[in-house]
Ligand binder design. Structure first.
Ligand code: AMP
Length: 225
């Protein structure tokens, strides 16, 4: 198993691909998940970041690095970094932390999905209020209309941070900050870009699997040097 940074705009289909990898034994580190958990538990950390998350704004690099470093004490391989790094500074700090902890970053996969595909998808997305299971008006729906497959809940909501304006802010932020990060990973030959334009998880997954085969071949070749 490899250590992989997954990049992509909010709604790019990155989460779906990561879930497929988790089924294969990968472990995901998501700062967003950690923060949402803190907010749900109403801890002091949760209280301090709640507003930023609701607005779709990034939290400070220092705090993010601290949370990440703690997570890396429990995992050494098969790690997926989800939604991290989001700034060039975070990318550079990640390299340092990984070196210190003797962890190798094998590749960076960006899922490149057009804004129009993302906005359409998000407009159709809704979740169960009780357990957060996700559905789509044009895609996966509860098997029994109005009743959540997972927990039986009957109330559904649109994720507050999914509101279109917040998503547009996120898309803008991603474009601004990802450029430098992607260039950085391109220069050190870790970057692979797969297309999410078709909206088909199978097609995107085939490309992700191809990247993993390339990494495997590269590692095999390196043994001869
Ligand atoms: P996500 O679930 O990855 O979309 O993250 C949700 C929210 O958590 C983001 O909009 C930010 O407010 C915060 N967040 C997550 N990861 C980071 C990060 N690497 N740097 C700064 N803020 C982050």
């Amino acid at each position: 198993m490899y250590n992989i940074v997954f990049m992509g705009k909010s709604g790019s289909g990155k989460g779906t691909q990561i879930n497929l990898m988790i089924k294969n034994g990968y472990h995901k580190i998501s700062i967003g998940d950690i923060l949402r958990n803190e907010i749900a538990k109403d801890t002091s950390l949760g209280k301090s970041v709640k507003k930023l998350l609701e607005k779709g704004k990034l939290i400070s690099d220092d705090l993010v690095i601290k949370l990440l470093s703690k997570e890396l004490d429990n995992h050494k391989t098969g790690i997926i970094f989800d939604g991290f790094p989001r700034t060039l500074n975070q990318a550079k700090k990640l390299e340092k932390i990984l070196k210190k902890k003797n962890i190798k970053l094998d590749c960076v996969i960006e899922i490149d999905t057009p804004d129009s595909v993302i906005l359409d998808r998000i407009r159709e997305r809704y979740t169960c209020k009780k357990c957060g299971a996700s559905y789509n008006k044009k895609g996966v729906q509860p098997k029994k209309e109005g009743i959540c497959d997972v927990c039986g809940g009957k109330e559904f909501i649109t994720r507050q941070d999914d509101e279109i304006n917040v998503v547009k802010t996120r898309l803008k932020d991603y474009k601004k900050t990802s450029k430098d990060i992607l260039n950085y990973y391109k220069k050190i030959e870790l970057l692979y870009i797969v297309s999410g334009a078709s909206g088909s998880q199978t097609e995107t997954n085939e490309q992700v699997e191809t990247v993993l085969r390339i990494i495997n071949l590269k590692n095999e070749l390196a043994k001869f040097h």
